[in-house]
Design a protein around this ligand. Sequence first.
Ligand code: FAD
Length: 306
Amino acid sequence: MEAEYDVIILGAGAAGLSAGLYTARAMMNTLILESLGPGGQLLITDEIENYPGFRNGVKGPELSQEMEEQTTRFGAKLEYTEVEGLDDLDKPLKVVHTYDRDYTARAIIIATGGAHNKLGVPGEEAYAGKGVSYCAVCDGNFFRGQDVVVVGGGDSALDEGHYLSGIVNSVTIIHRRDELRGTKLLQDRAFNNPKVKFLWSHVVEEFVGNDILEVARVKDLKSEKVYDYPTAGAFIYVGFHPCTEYLQGTMELDPLGHVYTDIHMRTNIPGVYACGDARADSTRQLGAAVGDGITAALAAYHDLSS
Ligand SMILES: Cc1cc2nc3c(=O)[nH]c(=O)nc-3n(C[C@H](O)[C@H](O)[C@H](O)COP(=O)(O)OP(=O)(O)OC[C@H]3O[C@@H](n4cnc5c(N)ncnc54)[C@H](O)[C@@H]3O)c2cc1C
C-alpha cells in the first residue's frame, strides 16, 4: 500500500510551517494538520522585536499569515483537524489518527508546540501583552529601567528574573512558599543580586490597571493581608506544558512530555521528527522554532531519499 503523503506535519505554528516550506520545496508531498489556526503562539503575540529581519518589530498574526501563505504557495496542503494519536510508527507506512479520519505518511514531523501555564487570576488575560508576560527574553526590553515582578519560584523564574535584572530597575520575585524550589546555583545568584527582591509566602490575586498593568494585587499567606504592589510588568513562570498528550506511550518523552530529539530533530523512531517548543531542550523562541522546523524537514528529506 502506498502512503498518501511523503510527510505529515503535526501543527501549523512557526516550526510546522517552516518545516512544510522546506519539505514542499523539496517536492515532498506534504500535509500539515492543525487544530486551531495557523500561527500557533504567534497568534497571541502582539509585537515581536527579536525576530531577525524586522528592525521595527513585527506583529505575530501578520508574520504567521505570511508564513502560511509562503508555505502553501509551494504546495503544502493544510487541513484543520485535531490529531488524536499515532500508530505503526515503526513501519514504513505511519498512521495519524485525527478527530474525523486517518492519514498515512512515510514520515511524521511533530510540531504541536505548547502553552504557558496560567495563574488563572482576574486581569491576567486582560493585561496579557499590556504588562503581563510569559517570556522575559521576548518582552523584557519593553520594561527597561522600570520595576517588575516575577511570579514563581522554580528555575525558570530565577533564570528569567536574572535576565530581567540586567534590563529593568528592580525585580520582585513573588513566591507562594517561604523557600525556593530552584537549583542552589540559581538561588545563590538571586540572593546576591542587589536588584532582586522577594515577597515570600505571597500569591497574586489579581492584576489591575487602566490601559496597561499598574498593580499586582497580592496576598500575604501568613498574615492574610491583601494589598496592592505597584509594577510595570508581571512575568509569570508557573510552568509550560507541551501539547503532546496524544503521543503518550508511543515514544520517548521527558517527564513534562517534551519529545527527545538529536541535533537533527530525529526522535528515537526512524522517520519521526520533532521540532519547536514541543521538543526537549527547546529555547522556546520563534527563531529557534523556525530553525528546528527547517532542520527536521531536511533530516526527513535526507532519510526518505536515502
Ligand atoms: C505571548 C507570547 C509572546 C512571545 N513572544 C516571543 C518573542 O517576542 N520572541 C520570540 O522569539 N518568541 C516569542 N514567543 C515564543 C514563540 O512564539 C514560540 O517559541 C514559537 O512560536 C513556537 O512555535 P511552535 O511552532 O513550536 O509551537 P506553537 O506556536 O505552539 O504551534 C503549535 C501548533 O500546533 C497546533 N496543535 C497543538 N496540538 C495539536 C493537535 N493535537 N492536533 C493538531 N494541531 C495541534 C496548535 O494549535 C498550534 O497552532 C512568544 C510566545 C508567546 C505565547
